[in-house]
Ligand binder design. Structure first.
Ligand code: NAD
Length: 493
């Protein structure tokens, strides 16, 4: 368990350092893993570079690589329970959520496992009868993949599956606090038929390992999922070598409720939108924006139900939500509660740690609801990444759109109304990568995922998620070359 995976071999870190992985439920040590160094990152890049440049993997057919992806999906299904339990130990999320994650990860491998046809050359017409012209979809090269801790396995899978299908080689760096499920995924690769050197895994911190991946001239693309701040660094650092950059960053996602919505259902979804996985979801519906005439009752009901949420051990079937991921992260969330109160937001629920004795060792925080929020507040503008709902009010649909778009982010948003024309009107105007109408949260492997504005660059999932990992290459073949005599005098001489 405690290893790096470089060039098809498991090994320790070059410096011999190790890190304890902590269970957020009770602070117990789940595992001890190798803490990689800059040297390990360089070795992994070199292995990926060799595997790419020797061309063996790259020149296999898309169908062959698709079969490997399907094999990975089979193995994931076989190992589902083990991986799900590992994810719960590592992140604190409930086992039900972890099982959903593993199913979703297998589905992503299957989706791309059925997309080999998208890599077939595109015939280009219009150049005349004596020309054959086509677009090949070549792999980009060596890809660096850097992932966050909230959906450790899911986020790497969204990168690995399309990158493998397109014929790239890569180095993955999971979050240093949640590396375990990624290790389990890598344990499946050799059996699934991924050759040595194609998939490499380095554990360690961002500044030590991640920055080497981002800055290396031997890396052709960096795909990063994480915070806006680190994403900005990644983009700047990648400029020196003009790497391709794909960024999946934060969100401050509006959940807009009109008075004519089915309000019971909308309350129910408002809770899951914001409190699922303790709010540690990039697309969480943390900004509740409710129409004036129903605002007070709606928000009061959300707060009443927030107080009923059962926190607990992710392995207990009674638990509806687990803890936050770390002490540091809980401290950040608590700081936002203080900021909100100082800004004049009115606390209706939560805002504190739970009092149950059995939860005292974990990093728990009660689901929190603030009313009387306005868009100038830091609580409303900044990503808290915790179980906090801020409730704002709006008058008409224009104001709903104005508020929903008043954020530097643009990842996701929801609209609730039984007037579908109005809901569509709002959806068309929201500048977010995903808009749900009378729903909140679902994504599909076949539908693009990503952000407008500072939520990121590029898209994961869907056909665009594959094309991130391809270089379109125009191959133009002249079947009857004849002298051009453009430089006629040089031909005469
Ligand atoms: P983070 O930015 O702190 O870390 C993300 C990854 O970057 C980690 O692996 C970390 O080790 C690495 N890193 C840190 N400093 C680095 C550096 N200097 N160079 C290279 N790598 C570095 O984010 P986090 O706290 O792990 O995750 C939470 C964030 O991720 C939230 O902002 C959330 O919105 C975002 N997120 C976005 C999506 C999406 O689809 N848009 C999905 C999940 C999470």
């Amino acid at each position: 368990m405690s290893k790096l995976y470089v060039d098809g071999r498991w090994g320790g870190a070059s410096g011999g350092a190790e890190r304890e992985v902590i269970n957020p439920f009770d602070r117990s040590v789940v595992a001890t893993v190798a803490e990689g160094t800059a040297e390990d990152a360089a070795a992994a890049i070199a292995a990926a570079r060799r595997a790419f440049d020797d061309g063996a993997w790259t020149s296999t057919s898309p169908e062959h690589r698709a079969a490997v992806l399907n094999h990975v999906a089979d193995l994931l299904e076989r190992a589902k329970e083990d991986i799900a339990r590992t994810e719960t130990l590592d992140t604190g999320k409930t086992l039900v959520e972890s099982r959903i994650d593993v199913d979703d990860v297998a589905a992503v491998f299957r989706y791309y496992g059925n997309l080999a046809g998208a890599l077939h050359p595109r015939v280009v017409t219009g150049a005349g009868p004596d020309v054959i012209s086509r677009i090949d979809y070549a792999p980009v090269g060596v890809c660096a993949m850097i992932a966050p801790w909230n959906y450790p396995l899911l986020q790497v899978a969204w990168k690995i599956a399309p990158a493998l299908l397109a014929g790239n080689t890569f180095v993955v760096k999971p979050s240093e606090i949640t590396p375990l499920s990624t290790i389990k995924l890598f344990e499946l690769f050799a059996e699934a038929g991924v050759p040595a050197g194609v998939a490499n895994l380095v554990l360690g911190t961002g500044p030590e390992v991640g920055s080497v991946l981002v800055e290396s001239p031997d890396v052709d693309l960096v795909s990063f999922t994480g915070s806006l701040k680190v994403g900005q660094y990644v983009m700047r650092a990648a400029a020196d070598t003009v790497k391709k950059v794909a960024l999946e960053l934060g969100g401050k996602n509006p959940n807009i409720v009109f008075a004519d919505a089915d309000l019971d259902i909308a309350v129910d979804y408002a809770l899951t939108a914001a409190f699922f996985h303790a709010g540690q979801v990039c697309s969480s519906g943390t900004r509740l924006i409710v129409q004036d005439s129903v605002y007070d009752d709606f928000v009061a009901e959300v707060a009443r139900r927030a107080d009923l949420v059962r926190l607990g051990n992710g392995f207990s079937p009674d638990s509806e939500s687990g803890p936050l991921v770390s002490a540091e992260h809980r401290a950040k969330v608590e700081e936002y509660v203080r900021i909100g109160q100082a800004e004049g937001a009115r606390l209706l629920a939560g805002g504190k740690r739970p009092t149950e004795p059995e939860l005292q060792d974990g990093f728990f925080f009660r689901p929190t609801v603030f009313a009387d929020c306005t868009r100038e507040m830091r609580l409303v503008r900044e990503e808290t990444f915790g179980p906090i709902i801020t409730a704002e009010r709006f008058g008409d649909q224009r104001e709903a759109v104005l508020l929903g778009n008043d954020t530097e982010y643009g990842l996701a948003g929801g609209v609730w109304s039984q007037d579908l024309e109005k809901a569509q009107w709002v959806a068309r105007r929201l500048r977010h990568g995903t808009v749900w109408i009378n729903d909140f949260g679902p994504y599909l492997p076949q539908a693009e995922w990503g952000g407008f504005k500072r939520s990121g660059l590029g898209r994961e999932l869907g056909p665009s998620g594959l094309h991130e990992y391809c270089e379109p290459k125009h191959v133009y073949q002249n079947l009857k070359p004849t002298a051009q005599n453009w430089f006629a005098r040089s031909a005469d001489a």
